[in-house]
Design a protein around this ligand. Structure first.
Ligand code: HEC
Ligand code: HEC
Ligand code: HEC
Ligand code: HEC
Ligand code: HEC
Length: 378
């Protein structure tokens, strides 16, 4: 009996380990002609691409203060490394198994002799995408001017992105109807419904023709700064919010209808469960202060450490146009001077303890719609 429980535990520990720590990228082979695999080695020759990448979420994947704070709130931090610091050399220790008395998981780890703290800070660095079998592969099959081995690889397929943007647990997280990170599966639904663009088309769009490397020929280029959720213009162009109606009712209540259309290549919001679209109807006084309001949240709240839903998944499906109707809870207050309807893309719940511990964080919302009408006194 006791042996039986022990065997079940060993089996479970192995399965959970495989879920949390799937095979990582192999140890980076040294690249002939170069002094290392750090982005700093690429920088002098690929200066433009380096500068773009350095502004991207990929370059921030480890140093991002929010990530660092969030790590402190998790026990199984080794599970984060496979995507935020994907190279073996980026890890202080190497986990080789788990000791588990469910739900407590203790990783068994050894110091990593190849650990490189400089490389760790680079997060999703150049070689995580480009180093394949000792060659720096990319779109060209004639990059003979390079001092390093090169070769063609199709990096425009979602398989490259899927390594980190799709998280398919097989044993844990069964209480969720679909994975926490499900962006690539969502994109497949977009492609199946006739969507033309790939991840790279939208998030790494073409740059003006330029030299890919110092003294290289002018060629079609790819932007590496990764436009995405933190770029209000990028979001506003593909998540379209319009006010259909906003008015007092005959009984002097207030109603609004907002349409939100998802023209992205996946659900919106996708991935990070903290993201939400918040639609608000408010009665405002002369100074613009809120007297009364109603709110609808479009989100997929998840308790990440426990992998459990915290509420229904109301995210917008691919191509979906949704009418959101709101009404104020009672009659409009007497001092009402205007009605307003707004749509915000909220990046992280401002009251979340992780965010509260940071004193310096990028703006946590973009306003996608702000429509106001003055009201007549009764
Ligand atoms: C399967 C890959 C994967 C794993 C494992 C993973 N992440 Fe992430 N993480 C991502 C991706 C991809 C994003 C970007 C998605 C997005 O912005 O919605 C992200 C975004 C984040 C963000 C939000 C950053 C921001 O600017 O808002 C935080 C914080 C974060 N991860 C923390 C963690 C922690 C802590 C762990 C471990 C418990 C972890 N992640 C495990 C892939 C992963
Ligand atoms: C001493 C200069 C130099 C350094 C250092 C250098 N490269 Fe290159 N690289 C080049 C040149 C030149 C080309 C060819 C450009 C062309 O043909 O348009 C090139 C081509 C490439 C290509 C395209 C390959 C293809 O076949 O499509 C990739 C990807 C690449 N480099 C990545 C990197 C990365 C990553 C690093 C750092 C680890 C790096 N390079 C370091 C000069 C350099
Ligand atoms: C090795 C893992 C890895 C790969 C491969 C990867 N990503 Fe990411 N990506 C991440 C992580 C981790 C983050 C979250 C960074 C952070 O903490 O803010 C992220 C963030 C993003 C973001 C959000 C941008 C931002 O400013 O936060 C976009 C968009 C994105 N990735 C697109 C892509 C696309 C497109 C591909 C395929 C060409 C790709 N990623 C490949 C790990 C990866
Ligand atoms: C048609 C354009 C389009 C395509 C195709 C597309 N995206 Fe996006 N993506 C967007 C828009 C718009 C947003 C901002 C809205 C949002 O964050 O949900 C976004 C946001 C993201 C984010 C950040 C989520 C967040 O809020 O932090 C990630 C990560 C991402 N996309 C990855 C991918 C990956 C991976 C693919 C391919 C499987 C892909 N995208 C395909 C338009 C696109
Ligand atoms: C998330 C994956 C990813 C990361 C990280 C990344 N690249 Fe790229 N890179 C791509 C993709 C995708 C393309 C376009 C491939 C295509 O068009 O077929 C590309 C294209 C290139 C090219 C060809 C020229 C061009 O503009 O298309 C070079 C050179 C290059 N990358 C170098 C780098 C360097 C140097 C870094 C780090 C500073 C880097 N890349 C980081 C995915 C990545």
């Amino acid at each position: 009996m006791v042996a039986g429980i022990a065997i079940v535990h060993v089996g479970l520990a192995l399965a959970v380990y495989r879920d949390l720590a799937p095979p990582s990228l192999p140890k980076s082979e040294s690249i002939a002609g170069l002094s290392g695999v750090s982005a700093e080695v690429c920088r002098p020759c690929h200066a433009t691409i380096y500068a773009e990448w350095a502004r991207s979420g990929h370059a921030r994947a480890f140093v991002d203060p929010l990530y660092q704070r969030d790590l402190a709130h998790h026990d199984t931090t080794f599970a984060c490394e496979r995507c935020h610091t994907p190279l073996v050399e980026q890890r202080e220790s190497r986990v080789f198994g788990l000791a588990m008395a469910w739900p407590v998981i203790v990783p068994l780890a050894l110091a990593n002799t190849s650990f490189d703290p400089v490389l760790q800070r680079e997060g999703v660095t150049c070689v995580a995408c480009h180093l394949i079998e000792g060659e720096l592969r990319g779109p060209f099959d004639d990059a003979s001017a390079a001092p390093h081995p090169t070769g063609f690889a199709d990096l425009r397929t979602p398989e490259l992105c899927a390594r980190c943007h799709q998280l398919d647990f097989t044993i844990i997280g069964r209480k969720l109807d679909r994975p926490v990170l499900d962006t690539v599966a969502e994109w497949r639904a977009f492609a199946a419904s006739g969507g033309q663009e790939s991840c790279v088309d939208c998030h790494m769009p073409s740059a003006v023709a330029r030299a890919a490397a110092l003294e290289g020929p002018t060629r079609p280029g790819t932007r590496h700064d990764l436009p995405g959720p933190f770029d209000p213009a990028f979001v506003g162009a593909r998540v379209i919010a319009t006010a259909q109606s906003l008015a007092l009712t005959d009984g002097r209540g207030a109603r609004a209808i907002v349409e939100i259309e998802n023209r992205s290549g996946h659900r919106v919001p996708t991935a990070e469960p903290q993201r939400a679209l918040v639609v608000t109807l408010a009665a405002l006084d002369r100074e613009g202060l809120t007297l009364s309001s109603a709110e609808v949240r479009i989100a997929r709240p998840i308790d990440v450490p426990r992998l459990r839903p915290l509420g229904p998944d109301t995210t917008l499906g691919v191509g979906e146009r949704r009418e959101v109707a709101l009404a104020l809870p009672g009659p409009v207050p007497a001092a009402t001077a205007a009605l307003a309807v707004t749509v915000d893309f909220v990046m992280w719940d401002p009251s979340d303890p992780v965010l509260a511990e940071l004193d310096d964080r990028q703006p946590s919302r973009h306003r996608l719609l702000d429509h106001r009408v003055p009201t007549e006194p009764p």
